[in-house]
Design a protein around this ligand. Structure first.
Ligand code: SDX
Length: 431
């Protein structure tokens, strides 16, 4: 534990209390308030958790001021350039980059868990064809706990390991099935001779009527998108997974809760919302109108793909994504993509506007990802399922870290109650 010899002194009214502090390997110190209520009879209050540390973790570190993102100490731009998604999965899950043998074994195990139970196909048929794929993923991933009973006992390290591999392996298959179902095409089975990203692309775009060759350019771009979305400290959906599984809920139900949270447009749903916004803007000459709306306190409109709770500088993932967007569109021969032109001009005008500078609002991971995904042939409704697929390793790694902690307690926040004080029931005839 990151104990420290520092203490914080809190004084209010005629109460003074010393609170222990804890020091990180990097980042801000924390004040341990876990005993505050017992000692002083007061709660702290932080509804959006803007200043609250919820756990001790060794997985991902973000420096919002510097725009830095480290996975087990390795910078995201180096991982995006030099590594690949399954190697990053190994790093996040086990803490170190794998040797060649370790990586080969891990890839072998994941590859051979990519099929889902054949009966799970029946779940899809219960949805309307026009159901959002995220609704399907929430339902089907939650239903995994009805099929994989031999990996739901979280007290058994072996079952935790099997559940982790199953979730990493089967999420692309489930996401591809959700997509195929919405477009009325038959499901495609995974293939063991393909790498993770190529397998997903083929399951999405292959049809029985003809062979499908995965374009290596698209496969590399897909893999990089997976890597850029893999984990991100204690974001809303990861915190949801931690809170859900703190009750002892099985890993499939807990990850389904994370998928549900990610769906929101303020979180993982922003990539879909951002592309829809760029399409609504349509042309560069309409950008000032939308920037004015984003600045108008009376208008709920926000620039999707802009701003971040932690990054008060460029989101390092957005930088890599922007470079990848240029490369992918160029390699696909999609010159002068109007959406990309609008995105680049919007970014330029927003970053030169005092409002965004003062509030430290920069493009985030969702600003460019949709442009690449659209160029790759995905409908906007598949953008957030791809985010969920990518983030599964983050959720699983954080879940495993929490569940393995012998000091685990169920998460149970308190509140500031401002409702009615005690009063007696009034019979209806006397109201
Ligand atoms: C993700 O947490 C993570 O790590 C998430 C994520 C991950 O990998 O898990 O990084 C993925 O969710 C990225 C964020 C995707 N969401 C969007 O792009 C939606 C648009 N962005 C905003 O809704 C907003 O920026 C949030 C939700 C991302 C962050 O909101 P905060 O931290 O609660 O900040 P805030 O709402 O208090 O905003 C601070 C100020 C406000 O103005 P004032 O009330 O101070 O006058 O900035 C303004 C906001 O109105 N503001 C924006 C804005 N974002 C914030 N104004 C216009 N456009 C925006 N996008």
């Amino acid at each position: 534990m990151a104990d420290s010899n520092k203490t914080a002194t809190l004084t209010f009214g005629d109460t003074t209390i010393d609170l222990p502090m804890m020091s990180p390997s990097v980042g801000p110190d924390v004040i341990d308030i876990s005993k505050l209520y017992g000692k002083a009879g007061v709660f702290t209050h932080d509804p959006g958790f803007t200043s609250t540390s919820s756990c001790v973790s060794t997985i991902t570190y973000i420096d919002g001021e510097q725009g830095e993102l480290l996975h087990r100490g390795y910078p995201i731009d180096q991982l995006a350039e030099k590594s690949h998604y399954l190697e990053v999965c190994y790093l996040l899950l086990y803490g170190e980059l794998p040797t060649a043998t370790e990586l080969e074994d891990f890839e072998y195990r994941v590859t051979r868990h990519t099929m889902v139970h054949e009966q799970m196909m029946n779940f899809f048929r219960g949805f309307r064809r026009d159901a959002h794929p995220m609704a399907v993923m929430v339902g089907v991933v939650g239903a995994m706990s009805a099929f994989y009973h031999d990996s739901t006992d979280i007290s058994d390290p072996w079952q935790r390991e099997v559940a982790s591999i199953r979730l990493i392996a089967k999420m692309p298959t489930i996401a591809a099935m959700a997509y195929k179902y919405t477009i009325g095409q038959p499901f495609e089975y995974p293939r063991n001779d393909l790498d993770y990203a190529s397998n997903f692309l083929r399951m999405c775009f292959a049809v029985p009527a003809e062979d499908y060759q995965v374009d290596p350019i698209l496969s590399r771009a897909m893999d990089r998108i997976f890597t850029l979305h893999a984990d991100h400290e204690q974001n809303a959906s990861t915190s949801t997974v931690r809170l859900a599984s703190s009750s002892g809920a099985n890993p499939f139900a807990s990850i389904a809760a994370g998928i549900a949270c990610l769906w929101g447009p303020a979180h993982g749903g922003a990539n879909q919302a951002c592309l829809e916004m760029l399409r609504e803007i349509g042309t560069v000459d309409r950008i000032p109108e939308f920037i004015a709306r984003a600045k108008d306190k009376n208008d709920p409109f926000r620039l999707m793909g802009f701003g971040h709770r932690v990054y008060k500088n460029f989101d390092p993932r957005a930088k890599v994504m922007k470079k990848s967007a240029d490369e992918v569109l160029d390699l696909l021969g999609i010159d002068n993509n109007p959406t990309l032109q609008v995105a680049k001009e919007l970014e330029k005008q927003a970053l030169n506007d005092p409002y965004f500078a003062e509030k430290k609002l920069f493009p985030n991971v969702d600003f460019y990802s949709g442009i690449i995904l659209e160029a790759m042939g995905f409908p906007t409704s598949m953008f957030t399922p791809i985010f969920a697929l990518s983030r599964t390793i983050g959720w699983v790694s954080q879940w495993k870290e929490m569940i393995s902690d012998p000091g685990l307690k169920i998460g149970r926040p308190r509140q500031l109650y401002t409702g009615e004080t005690r009063r007696d029931y009034v019979d209806v005839e006397n109201r």
